[in-house]
Ligand binder design. Sequence first.
Ligand code: VGL
Ligand code: ZN
Length: 181
Amino acid sequence: MPEEALIVVDMQRDFMPGGALPVPDGDKIIPRVNEYIKKFKEKGALIVATRDWHPENHISFKERGGPWPKHCVQNTPGAEFVVDLPEDAVIISKATDPDKEAYSGFEGTNLAEILKEKGVKKVYICGVATEYCVRATALDAVKHGFEVYLLKDAIKGITLEGEEKALREMKERGVKILESL
Ligand code: VGL
Ligand code: ZN
């Protein structure tokens, strides 16, 4: 039973430069994320990848009065992963309900059950965007009772201020920030 899981958050084409909702320099962390996937896989950890997986008419889109341009629409190139995932990675699709936003990989998914079923105690988190889906996923992981580590050299925020605020909040709520691993 793996004691540890690596959760790769939303490393998808639309969140990279040139995509529909780019995280500045989001592509710069791709090599680091790939290294972590390989490293965790080698030590027998469970690899989880969350993806934003919106229907065409999602509530978070500007057309429906939401804050975001249309992004990560199910089965479109923009929703594809940009990192190398092993065949046995657990893929968690979130924010699939047209009328509900979900930044956290735990929200409206069976991620907590999967991790518990597999005996996971510690989760390591990387990906984008720090102040949205990474933050929400990390805080929910704490709430579900996991020991939570953030891989700081493999995350990227939309803004510097947003990222700093999110890091402070995560720290306050018990997330351990690792500069590197
Ligand atoms: C995200 C904004 C909208 C994220 C997803 O993955 O952080 N941000 N949808
Ligand atoms: Zn989204």
